[in-house]
Write a protein that binds this ligand. Structure first.
Ligand code: C5P
Length: 342
């Protein structure tokens, strides 16, 4: 039996980088949001042993460096299962950093494998295995709008946000995530620390916060934490009857969140190195995005739009300017799971 599933991508709605940890990873605070762009994964198990990856895209590795390979290897051991596992990866997503494509593929493979074997692991063990393979895998076991803390692998489902029109831009350049983190550390610790502090102060001025001393990385994590708490306790703890009040306030609570001042810290180190990415963000804003940002460490950029038609018009405009752009929408948790099986 072949099990076929959709492997949805994610974007980051804000990402704050905290201090480096003794294990070399960084504390993160981010909101992940799944989106409609997806790959298709097919898993089958036959007699024999071994893990075989089939993919027509030459950029996808077929060996044990592939996240799908690594998760199946772990899951087969944990399940005490035997067999030859074939994983077919139909790449529809741009193979571009920031969308979590490889991470999503791995989680989709794990869930398809369970169905193919008619065996399942406890949820906590799946989360653990996913986190061992990579920091941004566990979010795909939740779907929808997800709070990510720790190194990004500790995930908490947030109240589902309404599906929102979104445009994804995939510039040609690639950004190395470890390099972007290293660059962040150099800037935070070295001479660049002053520049970051100045930007933080500028941000505080913009939000009318009292300007005291420049914030430390953990202060800044707290800042996002407070924005998130305010956001969650305001429109979402309210009963459904408060929908009208919510609409009156912002129309779309997702747009309300982004207007509250969420930012992706990676932009501070990635944009100076790749000015075309900053240009892409500006192009999204000019094309009508209510909010535009780098996703993860990039190079993917996205824009959120008030209406689907506006997103479609923006794609046409961006393509005219030479950008690779796709229209999609954010995917709620309910949609994520109802569309998961093909
Ligand atoms: O866990 P993942 O494979 O996504 O991490 C890739 C690399 O990104 C890590 O080896 C580490 O250098 C960096 N990283 C980090 N802090 C995080 C997540 C990733 O420094 N929270």
């Amino acid at each position: 039996m072949t099990v076929t599933v959709r492997s949805f991508a994610k974007i980051n709605l804000g990402l704050h980088i905290g201090p480096p940890r003794p294990d070399g990873f960084h504390e993160l605070l981010t909101v992940y949001q799944t989106i409609g762009l997806h790959d298709v994964i097919r898993v089958s198990v036959h007699r024999g042993t071994g893990i075989e990856i089939r993919c027509s895209d030459a950029r996808v590795p077929r060996d044990d460096s592939n996240t799908c390979f690594r998760i199946v290897d772990r899951a087969m051991k944990a399940l005490g299962a035997k067999g030859h596992v074939t994983i077919g990866i139909e790449k529809r997503l741009p193979v571009q950093g920031g969308l979590g494509g490889a991470s999503a593929n791995a989680v989709a493979t794990l869930l398809a494998l369970e169905r193919a074997l008619k065996k399942s692991l406890p949820a906590a063990q799946k989360l653990q295995i996913a986190a061992e393979v990579g920091s941004d895998l566990p979010l795909f076991l939740v779907g929808g709008t997800v709070l990510g803390v720790g190194r990004g692998e500790q995930v908490y489902p947030l109240p589902d946000l309404p599906a929102t029109a979104c445009v994804v831009v995939t510039p040609k350049v690639g950004v190395s995530t470890p390099n972007a983190f290293a660059q962040w550390d150099r800037r935070a610790q070295g001479a660049g620390g002053a520049a970051i502090a100045a930007q933080v102060l500028k941000r505080k001025k913009r939000t009318n916060a009292p300007k005291l001393t420049p914030s430390s990385p953990s202060d800044r994590m707290n800042e996002l934490g407070r924005s998130l708490s305010a956001w969650l306790s305001e429109p979402y703890s309210s009963a459904p009857s408060d929908v009208r009040k919510r609409r009156g306030r912002a129309g779309n609570p997702l747009l309300w969140l982004v207007r509250a001042g969420i930012e992706n810290d990676f932009e501070q180190v990635v944009f100076p190195e790749y000015p075309e990415l900053c240009e892409g963000k500006r192009a999204l804003a000019r094309a009508g995005a209510k909010y535009a940002s780098l996703s993860g460490s990039g190079s993917t950029l996205y824009g959120l739009f008030a209406e689907r038609d506006a997103a479609i018009r923006a794609v046409a405009e961006l393509r005219k300017q030479g950008w690779a752009a796709l229209a999609t929408a954010t995917v709620t948790r309910r949609q994520y799971w109802s569309r998961f099986l093909v």
